[in-house]
Design a protein around this ligand. Sequence first.
Ligand SMILES: [Zn+2]
Ligand SMILES: [Zn+2]
Length: 107
Amino acid sequence: MQTIAHQHCFNHSQRMASARCPQCRRFFCKECITEHGGKVLCTTCLTQTALANPDKHSRWAVLIHSMQFIIGLWLLWIFFYYFAQILLLIPTSFHDGSLWQSGWWKG
Ligand SMILES: [Zn+2]
Ligand SMILES: [Zn+2]
């Protein structure tokens, strides 16, 4: 029976293993192991899993990415819309510089 205590990372022979990949049964350090969909996998197995079912993964990724893009654009639009409203509230004299010549702050 192999225990994790005296195992070393498959990729880094100097480092102590912190987790074991349930798929390839190899030991890995914290850096080499990642969590994916509630499962802890090594990067090699994660890549293989992603390649094995790219259809399901990419369809969701495309949907989520397009949603993020739309939300991002919408937020940007709102931001610039209100920014423009604020700019419109400022009198024209502020923009053409005549406000600074009139010395309104002096009273
Ligand atoms: Zn693995
Ligand atoms: Zn490692």
